[in-house]
Design a binder for this molecule. Structure first.
Ligand SMILES: [Zn+2]
Length: 101
């Protein structure tokens, strides 16, 4: 079970986007990285090709999960995710308010 999943709101805790918040768009489980909307954006210059016009466009690069923290939807605080075993199903819980996320 991964600690982060698509749709989670997270805040960046280090790097150039420190303090910014966004929603997880995609999780790369093996690489321990996630793509977060509006975070880790880079500008690329594009040359003219047959199918595209020239210009500057932005790409979003994956962020290491070590650099983000979850914003708990229950208590709205930055928190670490805990895993609780409830019978046979695993649940994610907020370590601050103990709420199920
Ligand atoms: Zn909480």
């Amino acid at each position: 079970m991964t600690k982060f999943k698509k749709g989670d709101e997270v805040q960046v805790t280090s790097g150039k986007d420190k303090g910014k918040k966004g929603k997880i768009e995609k999780v790369f489980r093996l690489e321990n990285k996630v793509v977060v909307t509006g975070i880790n954006m880079y500008k690329r210059h594009r040359k003219v090709s047959r199918s595209q016009a020239a210009g500057i466009y932005e790409i979003t690069r994956p962020v290491d999960i070590a650099k983000i923290q979850l914003v708990c939807p229950k208590c709205n605080k930055l928190t670490k995710v805990g895993i609780k075993l409830e019978g046979k199903t695993k649940q994610r819980i907020c370590k601050k308010c103990k709420g199920v996320i």
